[in-house]
Design a protein around this ligand. Structure first.
Ligand SMILES: [Fe+2]
Ligand SMILES: [Fe+2]
Length: 201
């Protein structure tokens, strides 16, 4: 099964600056993603994207929402149409005249699978947060107190255990950190406290 998108251009330049309203994005998520666990994953990645855009990139509120929206919807088609991931959500957002930058970030969140390279900071951070966020959440679920008291050392230990969250590609995580020029330790330390505050809907 190939998920290659077989194209490199997404959306129309005249839609630059356009995003869904928060309400529309949430409604789409609820409609398309019955699986609460997967919805939570996207909310977590969305929140991390927003925090990064705010704290590290100093972007405007509107741009912070673009980053968050890319995270919030990046796997929106995975639950119901895994063989069409992420083609289907991209087409839906193209039909809704969404900014090409948001579409490109979604299209490049798995370069090996979709055949689209992360280029912008938004692209690179979505790729970097995706798998690592999932592994850290899986770790929180096996800890008696969840995120409470979780530290960098514990996460690194889990990363080294190949059997833990075996579906999470360690190579992808390292590749993403290299591309974003971020140390994996710094990224883990950024994620833990911020992700801890996300409550699913
Ligand atoms: Fe994905
Ligand atoms: Fe994901």
């Amino acid at each position: 099964m190939s998920l290659l998108l077989n194209r490199q251009s997404f959306g129309k330049s005249e839609n630059a600056g356009n995003a869904l309203s928060k309400e529309d994005a949430h409604n789409l998520l609820i409609e398309w993603v019955p699986n609460a666990r997967l919805r939570l994953h996207m909310q977590q990645v969305g929140h991390l994207m927003k925090c990064w855009a705010h704290e590290k990139e100093n972007l405007s509120d509107a741009k912070q929402w673009h980053w968050e929206m890319a995270g919030l919807l990046h796997d929106a088609d995975w639950d119901q149409w895994p063989t069409e991931h992420c083609k289907r959500i991209i087409e839906e957002l193209e039909n809704r005249n969404v900014d090409p930058e948001i579409l490109h970030a979604i299209a490049s969140h798995g370069p090996v699978y979709f055949g689209v390279e992360p280029v912008s900071a938004m692209d690179k951070m979505l790729y970097a947060f995706d798998e690592l966020s999932g592994l850290i959440h899986a770790y929180s679920l096996m800890r008696p107190n969840g995120y409470e008291g979780m530290d960098l050392k514990g996460v690194k230990k889990r990363l080294k255990e190949k059997s833990f969250a075996a579906n999470v590609s360690r190579d992808d995580i390292q590749d993403a950190c290299n591309r974003a020029s971020i140390l994996m330790d710094d990224l883990i330390s950024f994620i833990i406290p911020r992700q801890a505050s996300v409550v699913g809907f």
